[in-house]
Design a binder for this molecule. Structure first.
Ligand code: DGL
Length: 270
Protein backbone atom coordinates (compact mmCIF):
# COMPACT_ATOMS: atom_id res chain seq x y z
CA UNK A 1 0.00 0.00 0.00
CA UNK A 2 1.26 3.50 -0.75
CA UNK A 3 1.80 5.94 2.12
CA UNK A 4 -1.22 7.91 3.23
CA UNK A 5 -1.08 11.60 4.00
CA UNK A 6 -3.66 13.48 6.04
CA UNK A 7 -4.55 16.97 7.20
CA UNK A 8 -7.03 17.85 9.92
CA UNK A 9 -8.40 21.37 10.34
CA UNK A 10 -8.51 22.48 13.97
CA UNK A 11 -12.04 23.28 15.11
CA UNK A 12 -12.68 26.53 17.03
CA UNK A 13 -15.27 24.71 19.15
CA UNK A 14 -12.86 21.93 20.17
CA UNK A 15 -11.53 21.90 23.73
CA UNK A 16 -8.10 23.12 24.84
CA UNK A 17 -5.77 20.49 26.32
CA UNK A 18 -3.72 21.36 29.42
CA UNK A 19 -1.21 19.19 31.25
CA UNK A 20 1.15 19.21 34.20
CA UNK A 21 3.03 16.61 36.22
CA UNK A 22 0.12 16.74 38.66
CA UNK A 23 -1.75 19.37 40.64
CA UNK A 24 0.37 22.44 39.89
CA UNK A 25 -1.23 23.30 36.57
CA UNK A 26 -4.71 23.44 38.12
CA UNK A 27 -3.75 26.96 39.30
CA UNK A 28 -2.80 27.84 35.73
CA UNK A 29 -6.09 26.36 34.53
CA UNK A 30 -7.93 28.80 36.80
CA UNK A 31 -6.17 31.68 35.01
CA UNK A 32 -7.00 30.14 31.61
CA UNK A 33 -10.70 29.84 32.51
CA UNK A 34 -10.77 33.40 33.88
CA UNK A 35 -9.28 34.81 30.66
CA UNK A 36 -11.19 32.46 28.29
CA UNK A 37 -14.47 31.61 30.09
CA UNK A 38 -16.23 30.50 26.90
CA UNK A 39 -13.71 27.75 26.08
CA UNK A 40 -13.82 24.06 27.09
CA UNK A 41 -10.75 22.60 28.80
CA UNK A 42 -9.44 19.06 29.33
CA UNK A 43 -6.76 18.91 32.02
CA UNK A 44 -4.41 15.96 32.39
CA UNK A 45 -2.43 15.60 35.62
CA UNK A 46 0.35 13.01 35.43
CA UNK A 47 0.39 12.42 39.20
CA UNK A 48 1.49 8.78 38.76
CA UNK A 49 4.79 10.15 37.42
CA UNK A 50 5.20 13.28 39.58
CA UNK A 51 7.53 14.88 40.31
CA UNK A 52 9.00 15.61 36.90
CA UNK A 53 11.57 18.06 38.30
CA UNK A 54 13.97 15.42 39.59
CA UNK A 55 13.91 13.27 36.42
CA UNK A 56 16.28 13.47 33.47
CA UNK A 57 15.32 15.74 30.53
CA UNK A 58 14.88 12.58 28.39
CA UNK A 59 12.43 11.06 30.88
CA UNK A 60 10.49 14.34 31.11
CA UNK A 61 10.37 14.56 27.33
CA UNK A 62 9.02 11.04 27.06
CA UNK A 63 6.32 11.65 29.70
CA UNK A 64 5.37 15.00 28.14
CA UNK A 65 5.03 13.47 24.68
CA UNK A 66 2.79 10.77 26.14
CA UNK A 67 0.65 13.34 28.01
CA UNK A 68 0.35 15.51 24.90
CA UNK A 69 -0.60 12.57 22.69
CA UNK A 70 -3.32 11.57 25.12
CA UNK A 71 -4.84 15.05 24.85
CA UNK A 72 -4.32 15.28 21.09
CA UNK A 73 -6.26 12.00 20.86
CA UNK A 74 -9.19 13.97 22.28
CA UNK A 75 -9.01 16.38 19.34
CA UNK A 76 -7.89 19.46 21.24
CA UNK A 77 -7.40 22.68 19.26
CA UNK A 78 -4.43 23.85 21.36
CA UNK A 79 -2.12 22.49 24.00
CA UNK A 80 -1.01 24.34 27.14
CA UNK A 81 2.00 22.94 29.00
CA UNK A 82 1.08 24.14 32.50
CA UNK A 83 4.43 22.99 33.86
CA UNK A 84 7.68 24.96 33.70
CA UNK A 85 9.74 21.76 33.82
CA UNK A 86 7.92 20.08 30.93
CA UNK A 87 8.00 23.34 28.93
CA UNK A 88 11.78 23.55 29.35
CA UNK A 89 12.36 19.93 28.41
CA UNK A 90 9.68 19.25 25.81
CA UNK A 91 8.03 22.35 24.26
CA UNK A 92 10.34 22.31 21.24
CA UNK A 93 9.85 18.65 20.47
CA UNK A 94 6.07 18.94 20.87
CA UNK A 95 5.99 21.89 18.46
CA UNK A 96 8.15 20.00 15.98
CA UNK A 97 5.98 16.88 16.18
CA UNK A 98 2.68 18.79 15.90
CA UNK A 99 3.37 21.82 13.70
CA UNK A 100 -0.35 22.38 13.07
CA UNK A 101 -1.21 22.66 16.78
CA UNK A 102 -0.68 25.81 18.88
CA UNK A 103 1.55 24.70 21.79
CA UNK A 104 1.76 27.25 24.61
CA UNK A 105 4.37 26.78 27.34
CA UNK A 106 4.82 28.52 30.67
CA UNK A 107 8.03 30.12 31.85
CA UNK A 108 9.16 31.68 35.14
CA UNK A 109 7.72 35.22 35.40
CA UNK A 110 11.12 36.88 35.49
CA UNK A 111 10.14 39.69 33.13
CA UNK A 112 7.34 41.12 35.31
CA UNK A 113 9.55 40.75 38.42
CA UNK A 114 12.48 42.63 36.83
CA UNK A 115 10.09 45.26 35.46
CA UNK A 116 8.66 45.82 38.95
CA UNK A 117 12.08 45.77 40.69
CA UNK A 118 14.80 47.03 38.34
CA UNK A 119 18.16 46.56 40.09
CA UNK A 120 16.39 44.63 42.86
CA UNK A 121 17.15 41.32 44.56
CA UNK A 122 15.04 38.65 42.87
CA UNK A 123 14.98 34.94 43.74
CA UNK A 124 13.74 32.42 41.18
CA UNK A 125 12.38 29.24 42.81
CA UNK A 126 11.97 26.34 40.39
CA UNK A 127 12.72 22.67 39.95
CA UNK A 128 16.40 21.76 39.50
CA UNK A 129 15.75 20.73 35.88
CA UNK A 130 14.04 23.99 34.92
CA UNK A 131 16.99 26.02 36.19
CA UNK A 132 19.55 23.77 34.52
CA UNK A 133 18.14 23.69 30.99
CA UNK A 134 19.07 25.96 28.10
CA UNK A 135 15.61 27.57 27.92
CA UNK A 136 16.00 29.20 31.33
CA UNK A 137 19.59 30.25 30.56
CA UNK A 138 18.22 32.14 27.54
CA UNK A 139 15.51 33.81 29.64
CA UNK A 140 18.04 34.81 32.29
CA UNK A 141 20.36 36.16 29.61
CA UNK A 142 17.67 38.61 28.48
CA UNK A 143 17.74 40.29 31.90
CA UNK A 144 21.43 40.13 32.73
CA UNK A 145 22.57 43.31 34.44
CA UNK A 146 18.98 44.51 35.01
CA UNK A 147 18.54 42.93 38.46
CA UNK A 148 20.38 40.80 40.97
CA UNK A 149 18.85 37.40 40.21
CA UNK A 150 19.51 34.38 42.46
CA UNK A 151 18.49 30.87 41.43
CA UNK A 152 16.96 28.57 44.03
CA UNK A 153 16.53 24.96 42.89
CA UNK A 154 13.91 23.49 45.22
CA UNK A 155 13.77 19.87 46.36
CA UNK A 156 10.99 18.21 48.32
CA UNK A 157 8.16 20.73 47.95
CA UNK A 158 6.33 19.29 44.93
CA UNK A 159 6.04 15.93 46.69
CA UNK A 160 4.29 17.55 49.68
CA UNK A 161 1.95 19.60 47.50
CA UNK A 162 1.00 16.50 45.48
CA UNK A 163 -0.10 14.95 48.78
CA UNK A 164 -2.27 17.99 49.44
CA UNK A 165 0.09 19.39 52.10
CA UNK A 166 0.29 23.13 51.41
CA UNK A 167 0.79 24.50 54.92
CA UNK A 168 2.24 23.54 58.28
CA UNK A 169 5.61 22.53 59.69
CA UNK A 170 6.73 20.22 56.85
CA UNK A 171 6.28 22.89 54.19
CA UNK A 172 7.85 25.54 56.41
CA UNK A 173 10.87 23.36 57.11
CA UNK A 174 11.57 22.88 53.38
CA UNK A 175 11.24 26.61 52.77
CA UNK A 176 13.35 27.64 55.75
CA UNK A 177 16.16 25.26 54.80
CA UNK A 178 16.20 26.54 51.20
CA UNK A 179 16.08 30.25 52.08
CA UNK A 180 18.69 29.74 54.84
CA UNK A 181 21.24 29.83 52.00
CA UNK A 182 20.66 33.59 51.79
CA UNK A 183 20.90 34.79 55.39
CA UNK A 184 20.43 38.44 56.06
CA UNK A 185 19.96 39.46 52.47
CA UNK A 186 16.97 41.59 51.59
CA UNK A 187 14.73 39.99 48.94
CA UNK A 188 12.43 42.21 46.87
CA UNK A 189 10.65 39.55 44.85
CA UNK A 190 10.34 35.80 44.45
CA UNK A 191 9.46 34.28 41.09
CA UNK A 192 7.47 31.07 41.54
CA UNK A 193 8.97 29.21 38.58
CA UNK A 194 7.10 25.96 39.23
CA UNK A 195 3.34 25.80 38.91
CA UNK A 196 3.04 23.89 42.17
CA UNK A 197 4.53 26.70 44.27
CA UNK A 198 1.64 29.22 44.27
CA UNK A 199 -0.20 26.77 46.55
CA UNK A 200 2.35 27.51 49.29
CA UNK A 201 2.57 31.25 48.77
CA UNK A 202 1.21 32.03 52.23
CA UNK A 203 3.97 29.91 53.78
CA UNK A 204 6.60 31.60 51.59
CA UNK A 205 5.30 35.00 52.70
CA UNK A 206 5.37 33.83 56.34
CA UNK A 207 8.97 32.60 56.05
CA UNK A 208 10.24 35.71 54.22
CA UNK A 209 8.08 38.22 56.03
CA UNK A 210 5.42 40.47 54.41
CA UNK A 211 6.89 42.94 51.93
CA UNK A 212 8.22 40.37 49.42
CA UNK A 213 6.30 40.33 46.11
CA UNK A 214 5.55 36.94 44.56
CA UNK A 215 5.24 36.46 40.79
CA UNK A 216 3.86 33.48 38.87
CA UNK A 217 3.41 32.83 35.17
CA UNK A 218 -0.28 31.82 35.07
CA UNK A 219 -1.79 35.11 33.95
CA UNK A 220 0.87 35.72 31.28
CA UNK A 221 0.31 32.22 29.89
CA UNK A 222 -3.45 32.73 29.75
CA UNK A 223 -3.12 36.05 27.91
CA UNK A 224 -0.61 34.52 25.50
CA UNK A 225 -3.01 31.63 24.77
CA UNK A 226 -5.78 34.11 24.05
CA UNK A 227 -3.58 36.04 21.58
CA UNK A 228 -2.48 32.88 19.77
CA UNK A 229 -6.05 31.57 19.43
CA UNK A 230 -7.16 34.96 18.14
CA UNK A 231 -4.35 35.12 15.56
CA UNK A 232 -5.16 31.59 14.38
CA UNK A 233 -8.93 32.27 14.15
CA UNK A 234 -9.55 29.64 16.83
CA UNK A 235 -11.40 31.61 19.51
CA UNK A 236 -14.66 29.85 20.20
CA UNK A 237 -16.58 33.08 20.81
CA UNK A 238 -15.67 34.39 17.34
CA UNK A 239 -17.31 31.37 15.70
CA UNK A 240 -20.64 31.13 17.45
CA UNK A 241 -23.43 33.43 16.46
CA UNK A 242 -25.46 33.05 19.60
CA UNK A 243 -23.91 33.29 23.05
CA UNK A 244 -21.10 30.73 23.05
CA UNK A 245 -21.72 27.52 24.96
CA UNK A 246 -18.51 26.09 26.38
CA UNK A 247 -17.09 26.59 29.85
CA UNK A 248 -16.77 22.85 30.49
CA UNK A 249 -13.79 21.51 32.43
CA UNK A 250 -12.77 17.83 32.50
CA UNK A 251 -10.03 16.44 34.72
CA UNK A 252 -7.98 13.34 33.85
CA UNK A 253 -5.24 11.78 35.95
CA UNK A 254 -2.77 8.95 35.44
CA UNK A 255 -3.11 7.88 39.08
CA UNK A 256 -5.85 5.28 39.37
CA UNK A 257 -7.43 6.95 42.37
CA UNK A 258 -10.70 8.87 42.32
CA UNK A 259 -9.65 10.95 45.33
CA UNK A 260 -7.00 12.58 43.12
CA UNK A 261 -9.71 13.80 40.75
CA UNK A 262 -11.67 15.11 43.74
CA UNK A 263 -8.55 16.90 44.96
CA UNK A 264 -8.16 18.54 41.53
CA UNK A 265 -11.75 19.76 41.62
CA UNK A 266 -11.22 21.11 45.15
CA UNK A 267 -8.11 23.00 44.08
CA UNK A 268 -9.87 24.31 40.98
CA UNK A 269 -12.77 25.62 43.05
CA UNK A 270 -10.68 27.05 45.89
N1 DGL B 1 4.68 21.88 38.20
C1 DGL B 1 5.89 21.62 37.54
C2 DGL B 1 6.62 22.90 37.13
O1 DGL B 1 6.02 23.90 36.91
C3 DGL B 1 6.85 20.62 38.04
C4 DGL B 1 6.71 19.94 39.31
C5 DGL B 1 7.40 18.59 39.28
O2 DGL B 1 6.74 17.67 38.84
O3 DGL B 1 8.56 18.52 39.66
O4 DGL B 1 7.82 22.89 36.98
Amino acid sequence: MTDIIEKTELSPVAPIGVFDSGMGGVRVLKDLVRVLPEEDFIYFGDSANAPYGTKTPEQIRELSVRAAEHLIGKNVKALVIACNTATSAAAEILRAEHPELPVIGIEPALKPAVTAFPGGNIVVMATPVTLKLEKFARLLGQFSGQANVTLLPVHGLVELIEQGITEGPEVREVLVSHFAQYPGRHIDAVVLGCTHFPYVKDEIAAVLGGGVRLFDGGDGTARHLREVLEERGLLRAAHEETAPAGGAVTFLNSLQDVSVLEQMWRLFRS
